[in-house]
Design a protein. Structure first.
Length: 335
């Protein structure tokens, strides 16, 4: 675990593994370690996995009550810069997903990809107005009650029925340590309307939602999927809001597959650009034999680039059925 100071805040984080940076942003309850435990362990063989405690949560200090999503996005940008993470993959759950959306709007060249988990375009951007007002009012009231009453009110909405008791209890323990001031700050930020940011997202984006999520139901997922050009939607059947804890194997497989596909696309683009550059600097009279040699040169270069770098298929992963995105289909994790 580590700690940095950013704009007067102490920001705590967990960091494990080696490889491309994967930054994990928790929701407005819990903290980095309690929310992302299954990912900190499982994904660290391929990535440098960083799970922060947002200001107002875990071991981090509290921000002003009205820091807003802009303040959180600015803090996240400085956090990534301070840790020297370059262009990380950014994964956000619930409030953390809304933060990832606003962060991408304000710092579009920083994230390599986005993964939005049970996320909203802010409550005002994804929920009916009366639902948004009721949710914000409830959050502000809950910030004044005892930790036990706070947990009793919110924990049942986080998981579906049938979630292992030990997983629920571990998350419950983290919720008991909530910061009243920090919770108010995150709730107010969550209530914003981030719809204008959605069509401006240009990085590859994965959406992951629990099929039984009562906080961010599939109608919310469908709206984001339609609004974010080229996005991929994954539905984890039988999982609730904190689906990365409920269905960790399927969730981790979806993350790996998505990032591996983006890596392959990047290698393809770089290989194509390299071959085109060599072709322009090596112009020769056209003819069937020259065209064939350029064809062989391109696909030979691409094969050399791809084959050593793509990981072997993992036969132990849950089966994944791919449906056409044009019909708002899902990557359905089975098993």
């Amino acid at each position: 675990m580590g700690m940095v100071e950013i704009d007067g805040y102490r920001v705590a984080y967990e960091r494990v593994g080696a490889g491309p940076a994967l930054v994990l942003l928790h929701g407005y309850v819990g903290d980095g370690a309690s929310t992302w435990g299954p990912q900190l362990g499982a994904l660290s063989d391929d990535f440098t996995v960083i799970a922060w405690d947002a200001p107002g949560a875990g071991r981090s200090s509290d921000p002003p009550d009205r820091i807003g999503m802009a303040g959180y996005a600015n803090c996240l940008a400085r956090f990534i810069e301070r840790l020297g993470l370059g262009k990380p993959h950014v994964v956000g759950l619930s409030f953390g997903g809304a933060l990832a959306i606003d962060f991408c709007r304000r710092y579009p060249v920083v994230p390599s990809t986005l993964t939005l988990v049970g996320a909203y375009a802010g409550w005002a951007g994804s929920l009916p107005h009366d639902t948004m007002e009721r949710r914000l009012r409830q959050a502000l009231e809950l910030s004044e009650v005892s930790p036990e009453a706070f947990v009793d009110a919110l924990l049942p909405t986080m998981f579906s029925h049938g979630t292992p008791a030990e997983a629920v209890e571990a998350f419950r323990s983290a919720m008991l340590a909530f910061h009243p001031a920090g919770f108010r700050a995150m709730a107010r930020a969550s209530a914003e309307d981030l719809r204008p940011a959605l069509p401006r997202i240009e990085v590859p984006t994965l959406l992951v939602y629990g099929g039984d999520d009562v906080r961010a139901p599939m109608a919310v997922a469908d709206h984001l999927h339609e609004a974010i050009r080229g996005s991929t939607l994954v539905r984890l059947h039988g999982a609730g809001h904190v689906c990365n804890i409920e269905a960790p194997d399927a969730f981790n497989a979806a993350i790996r597959d998505f990032l591996r596909d983006r890596r392959a696309e990047g290698l393809f683009s770089r290989s194509l650009a390299s071959v085109r550059t060599r072709s322009k600097s090596n112009r020769a009279p056209s003819g069937p034999s020259v065209k064939q040699s350029r064809h062989d040169e391109f696909f030979g270069a691409l094969r050399v680039e791809l084959e050593p770098r793509l990981p072997e298929a993992r036969s132990s992963r849950p089966a994944v059925v791919r449906m056409p995105l044009e019909s708002s289909g899902y990557l359905r994790a089975v098993g």
